[in-house]
Design a protein around this ligand. Structure first.
Ligand SMILES: [Ca+2]
Ligand SMILES: [Ca+2]
Ligand SMILES: [Ca+2]
Ligand SMILES: [Ca+2]
Ligand SMILES: [Zn+2]
Length: 575
């Protein structure tokens, strides 16, 4: 009897064990992943899908944290570098936290849908995805552990003397009331520029000329740590990792946060070395917040104009993106927003010829509390696209007051009686949690749509014609039905990569001539002077590249197409 119950117990345990291990990993997006939770999530994903993923640390940050990079590739369908690569990263600005959730969701969604959704299965089998969920690992970590606010923690943790007094990071914001957040300070002042809003005392409105003031705003919560008469003048950092890249980098007096020299940040260097090891990357997404934008370069006039063929690629994907992300706008950074030097995106495109978008996640306009018409007073305090009073009503009635800490009196050691209050840490640039699932899904969908548009080349024989004197003319066509070309026009004009290579080989043939067909119908060919058996070109977006050879001899021959950013192909023919 005892034996029997023992056997039953073992059987039961085995059943339990299998039911646990066969359960699919679920990542939920009803919360933000703090520093350790992100590390756990990428490791769990790798463990749950060991055949489709590789996980590595690219090196350590300034504070010694690993920069985790996860690759999604199915080795059964080829090496990752033999497929078009899509690079996705998040949180190069550490306070722009939801960028990481988009990366995690994308990874989870692709892996979870593999095998069950044929669209995703096909995509994962034919592309390589390179994901770095957190670039600025230090600052995103601090964002969750230290008292912070939505604007703090953009920097890489490289000590920097912002006020040039010889001391590094000696006076940052302080949580002086101990509530775990850095909020705003204000002081009663009849000569101040602000007064309370008549309908909502939490909101301040700028006074009109001649009007009596009520408040002066004093900026972020803090004290004068070093006694120099200024408050919060030299906070932690300031290396802006998205101004530190090596294309037309400008020093800090031109571009604040640029660092001492291009690629001076440990993380910047580690990420760039990784990218240089994957020449198959054809598109990149770098997620930031906020604004609801799909941004392309050029970020500054120094980058010059982008070639029109590449602009067409950007426009096609950008306009589709606007439909995938309702309310988001596709814009040109340097023209429609502000000038940036040394940013990642420009380095990727201008130096490496890799297309890319910056995804500015979340529009504060979504926190509206009004009908679809703009009727707000322009003098009110606004947050991005939303007047503060509307945002308060949204918070009160749609988010049950979780977004704002009401003004409270506080005895400041230097300023005396002040008030501390304002929008909480996880607001303003960051969506309320109930909006997070849709945000991550729609943005991952734009990545997936773009990945589907990676170059996919088909090679076909047009014809083999006997042209007399023992010569045969062989014509082949490479066709790309997708929006991303096999090489960007930037890559071609700057000679960044070896071009796509068409080659004809065969035991008993001699290649007499070869070249790119410039007009198939008019039989126009640009012959190649040397080694005509090898022809270099690229396959445009939604287009074709046709080549021809004149060969002597007969028997079987092979035509091969080899590309850095598209799959290699072979065609066997009989001459
Ligand atoms: Ca200083
Ligand atoms: Ca500093
Ligand atoms: Ca505080
Ligand atoms: Ca100070
Ligand atoms: Zn950013």
């Amino acid at each position: 009897m005892k034996k029997l119950s023992l056997i039953f117990a073992i059987i039961l345990l085995c059943m339990l064990a299998t039911s646990v291990s066969s359960e699919k990993l679920r990542l939920t997006f009803d919360h933000f992943y703090d520093g350790q939770a992100v590390i756990d999530a990428v490791h769990d994903l790798h463990k749950a899908y060991p055949n489709l993923t590789t996980l590595q640390s690219l090196g350590q940050s300034e504070e010694g944290r690993d920069i985790w990079q996860l690759t999604i590739n199915n080795p059964k369908t080829g090496k990752d570098t033999e497929k078009p690569g899509i690079y996705v990263d998040g949180s190069i600005h550490g306070n722009e936290i939801q960028a990481t959730e988009v990366c995690l969701y994308l990874v989870w969604y692709l892996l979870d849908s593999y095998d069950s959704n044929p669209v995703i299965t096909k995509l994962v089998d034919s592309r390589a995805f390179y994901i770095i969920p957190i670039v600025n690992v230090d600052s995103r970590w601090h964002f969750f552990t230290d008292a912070g606010d939505y604007n703090i923690g953009r920097t890489g943790m490289v000590p920097y003397d912002d006020d040039r007094d010889g001391l590094l990071d000696e006076d940052g914001p302080d949580d002086i009331d101990g509530d775990g957040q850095i909020l705003r300070m204000r002081i009663k002042d009849p000569y101040g520029n602000w007064k309370s809003h008549p309908d909502d005392a939490r909101v301040m409105v700028r006074v009109k000329d001649g009007e009596q003031g009520q408040w002066t705003r004093l900026g972020s919560e803090g004290i004068d740590n070093d006694g120099d008469g200024q408050i919060n003048e030299d906070g932690p950092g300031y290396l802006d990792m998205n101004r530190n890249w090596g294309f037309k980098w400008q020093p800090p007096y031109v571009q604040s946060g640029a660092g001492d020299f291009p690629m001076s940040g440990k993380v910047t260097r580690a990420v760039s070395s990784f990218i240089l090891s994957k020449p198959n990357i054809c598109f990149n997404f770098a997620f930031h917040n906020s604004g609801g934008l799909i941004v392309r370069g050029p970020g500054s006039k120094l980058a010059g104009m982008y070639p029109p063929q590449d602009v067409k690629v950007y426009d096609y994907l950008g306009h589709e993106g606007e439909k995938i992300l309702p309310g988001y706008e596709y814009i040109i950074g340097g023209q429609d927003m502000y000038t940036t030097h040394g940013d990642f995106d420009e380095w990727m495109y201008s130096n490496l010829g890799i297309f890319g978008f910056v995804g500015e996640l979340f529009m504060s306009e979504q926190e509206r509390y009004r009908l679809l018409k703009k009727n707000a007073d322009k003098d009110e305090e606004w947050f991005d696209g939303t007047p503060a009073i509307e945002k308060h009503k949204f918070d009160d009635n749609v988010n049950q007051g979780q977004m704002f800490s009401d003004w409270k009196e506080f005895d400041h050691p230097v300023l005396g009686k002040i008030e501390i209050g304002g929008w909480n840490t996880f607001t303003t640039r960051i969506p309320p949690l109930f909006m997070l699932p849709e945000m991550v899904h729609r943005n991952a969908s734009l990545v997936i749509f773009t990945a589907q548009q990676a170059p996919e080349v088909n090679l076909e024989l047009i014809d083999i014609t006997d042209i007399g004197n023992g010569l045969k003319r062989v014509r082949v066509r490479a066709h790309n039905g997708n929006a991303i070309p096999s090489l960007s026009a930037q890559a071609v004009r700057r000679d960044i990569y070896r071009k796509d290579m068409f080659e004809i080989t065969g035991g008993s043939i001699e290649v007499v001539s070869g070249g790119i067909i410039s007009d198939l119908h008019m039989d126009r060919v640009s012959p190649k002077r040397n080694r005509p058996e090898v022809i270099f070109s690229s396959v445009p977006a939604f287009g074709t590249c046709e080549v021809q050879w004149i060969v002597k001899g007969s028997g079987s021959a092979t035509i091969s197409y080899s590309a850095i950013k598209a799959k290699n192909l072979k065609l066997s023919i009989k001459l």
